[in-house]
Design a protein around this ligand. Structure first.
Ligand SMILES: Nc1nc2c(ncn2[C@@H]2O[C@H](COP(=O)(O)OP(=O)(O)OP(=O)(O)O)[C@@H](O)[C@H]2O)c(=O)[nH]1
Ligand SMILES: [Zn+2]
Length: 209
């Protein structure tokens, strides 16, 4: 693994002032980021989120998915806890990249679901890797994660890569009329552990932006 720490800085956010740590993956040239709050090294397991890039949801307010809502909810919970870490991994579109995700969305506009669209483009349903997390967490001194996710495959993949996930914390937020079918597909085909009844309706969520 060729993850190299580059630099850290303060990052004031609406919920707290986090520290942003920048890493370079020398093998791929990708730039990954960790956001931390409080002392995350050693001690008790840390509340954490491993978030994969979604430009459309995280930055452009898209309602097609739940990513932006989850990102904000995770940062808010970390701020409430006063201690935590969020890894922001640059693996857009479940690892197929932004332009292929737009191609996949185009197929979804014509009736394919999120898994079928990837497959029609010749990709697996989920091409992400989590082995970059271990060196990032090691650098930060994090020894255990209470992981905010609905995705049991993410827990398994991180565990296989040597991350000590001590607990799964559900992160169900952002349901809206535009992503209801997408979220049902994730639960049905990708194994995400969530029932639509668990969700806070998007219109009840203050996105703070
Ligand atoms: N290829 C593709 N990628 C998508 C689509 N919708 C969201 N994504 C990407 O999916 C990734 C987020 O994965 P999700 O399946 O939403 O959630 P997760 O990270 O597996 O699970 P959680 O931890 O519960 O959020 C981001 O990289 C998004 O860019 C889609 O329809 N097609
Ligand atoms: Zn998304």
């Amino acid at each position: 693994m060729t993850i190299r720490f580059i630099a850290a800085c303060r990052l004031p956010m609406p919920w707290a002032t986090f520290t942003m740590h920048g890493f370079e993956d020398e093998a791929t040239g990708k730039e990954h980021v960790a956001l931390t709050l409080g002392d995350v090294s050693g001690g008790e397991p840390v509340l954490g989120r491993v978030h994969s890039e979604c430009l459309t949801g995280d930055a452009l307010f898209s309602m097609r998915c739940d990513c932006g809502y989850q990102l904000q909810a995770a940062l808010k919970r970390i701020a409430e806890e006063g201690r935590g870490v969020l890894l922001y991994l640059r693996q857009e579109g479940r690892g197929i990249g932004l332009l292929n995700k737009i191609r996949a969305y185009n197929l979804q506009d014509q009736g394919a679901d999120t898994v079928e669209a990837n497959e029609r483009l010749g990709f697996g349903a989920d091409m992400r890797r989590y082995d970059i997390c271990t060196p990032m967490l090691d650098h930060l001194g994090v020894t255990g994660l209470k992981l905010m996710t609905n995705n049991p495959r993410k827990v398994d993949a991180l565990t296989r890569d040597g991350v000590n996930v001590t607990e799964r914390v559900p992160l169900t937020t952002g349901l809206n009329p535009h992503n209801e079918h997408y979220l049902s597909t994730k639960a049905g085909k990708l194994g995400h552990m969530m029932a639509l009844d668990d969700f806070i309706q998007a219109q009840d969520v203050d996105r703070d932006r």
